[in-house]
Design a protein around this ligand. Structure first.
Ligand code: CS2
Ligand code: MG
Length: 423
């Protein structure tokens, strides 16, 4: 591993009284927009050890900022940073108002920061505190996006050339303006791109005709050695999803993601009755309670809950252990709105999780990389974490201050007659 400049906290002597040394004396929220908005929590102990957590909520960033600053940080000051589980339970049960994307991102940020601190205190990478590495590197999938099948095919070829073993393929659909996943900048696709939401169009019928043709073309060109994934992004009804899954079966997808919204989880029974294409769900889930029925009734194959969205490492570990009972594997969300802090935490979790499946990986922009330094590296289709104590991620606050918050929202989708649809 190249020197990551992350050793600032290493070998700092603990004071005689470990409890005093581990007392949280400061916590602050850093909001910055190096290419996109990120919300970062920095917790510092009496001994000067600090940990970082991510609380970014894409398009609604200031909600977790207010939650952290007004309702969480005052509760942290004076607490013993070593008591990760108790602080998690305090923030979850103690609030009375449980779950939800805002609360659980705030809880997640605290949790990540405390694991980071604990690792630095003990001189160990977080993966070692979780039980150690189950694998040396974690397979990731990249995003191949194109305006049509030809462009997407070229992009898949580029990812394969870069060494990827798994590629998510999305294509524009003739007659559908702004179909999901079609980037305007290929390297750094960023859907939250305007102060007020960009309007996109959705039409199911042409999509259902066109999407299987993409995978037919990809298998014809690349064979079956590369894993192919596809994100439906909540656009279909259950029976439409069943039909798409069946149409995709000859092309042996690694997964079909978010085929229909998961609010009514019974919907997935209908999909299962019609297809054996594996299903991945959960990037917007916040807790084990969102996953429980889908997992225990074996309605999905991969759970996409993340460190960021689902309450941190402490809670995601619980979800993974629960999922392992039903042989459901992990497939953590890893779009660009998950900061390098989340990516670092996710990679420690992935390196440990016995039922790891795959990790999504979208590259951050050079501006983001100038603010956050990390010790993970891409090699041969996988990411490898180093041995830096803690999470192995740091923030350059001076650099962050050069990029003030810039309000941006996710797009919305409407049907051809103007009806609001799921983006
Ligand atoms: C997507 C994301 O990565 C994915 O699978 O569904 O791009 C998602 O749309 C964004 O993270 C929303 O913030
Ligand atoms: Mg998705």
């Amino acid at each position: 591993m190249p020197d990551s400049g992350l050793s600032k906290n290493e070998n700092r002597p603990l004071s005689d009284n470990a409890a005093d040394a581990a007392t949280i004396v400061d916590a602050k929220v850093i909001v910055a927009c190096p290419g996109r908005n990120f919300v970062t929590l920095k917790i510092t102990t009496a001994d000067g050890i600090y940990g970082l957590g991510d609380a970014t909520l894409n398009g609604r960033e200031l909600a977790p900022v207010a939650y952290l600053e007004n309702h969480v940080i005052p509760n942290l000051i004076g607490k013993d940073a070593r008591r990760i589980e108790d602080i998690w339970q305090f923030l979850y049960r103690g609030a009375y108002w449980r779950r939800g994307p805002v609360t659980m991102r705030a809880v997640a940020a605290v949790d990540m920061a405390l694991w980071d601190i604990k690792g630095k205190m003990l001189g160990a990478p977080v993966v070692d505190l979780l039980g150690g590495r189950s694998r040396d590197s974690v397979m990731v999938y990249g995003h191949a996006n194109g305006g049509d099948i030809e462009q997407t095919t070229d992009e898949v070829a580029r990812y394969i050339d870069l060494g990827y073993k798994a590629v998510r393929a999305q294509t524009g659909v003739p007659g559908v303006r702004g179909a999901y996943g079609v980037g305007r900048d290929k390297m750094y696709y960023e859907p939250a791109d305007a102060a007020l939401p960009r309007e996109t169009l959705w039409a199911t019928a042409p999509y259902l005709q066109y999407a299987p043709k993409l995978f037919e073309a990809l298998r014809a060109k690349f064979g079956f050695d590369v894993h192919l994934l596809h994100d439906v992004h909540h656009r279909l009804t259950p029976i439409e999803a069943g039909r798409l899954g069946r149409a995709l079966e000859p092309y042996s997808l690694f997964w079909m993601e978010d085929p229909t919204p998961a609010e009514n989880q019974d919907a997935f029974r209908l999909i299962r009755e019609h297809t054996t294409t594996p299903i991945a769900v959960g990037e917007i889930f916040n807790s084990i309670w969102d996953c429980k029925d889908l997992i225990q009734h074996q309605l999905i194959d991969f759970i996409r809950a993340t460190v960021l969205g689902a309450g941190g490492i402490t809670h995601l570990k619980r979800i993974a252990d629960f999922a392992s009972v039903w042989q459901v594997r992990t497939g953590c969300h890893g779009a660009t709105d998950l900061s390098p802090v989340t990516m670092s935490a996710a990679l420690h979790f992935d390196s440990w999780a016995p039922n790891f499946g795959i990790q999504e990986y979208m590259r951050h922009t050079p501006e983001t990389d100038a603010v956050f330094s990390t010790d993970y590296a891409f090699n041969d289709g996988a990411l490898v974490i180093g041995d830096t104590p803690g999470l192995g991620v740091d923030i350059d606050e001076k650099e962050a201050a050069k990029h003030p918050y810039d309000p941006k929202q996710l797009p919305i989708a409407r049907l051809e007659d103007g009806t609001m649809w799921n983006w």
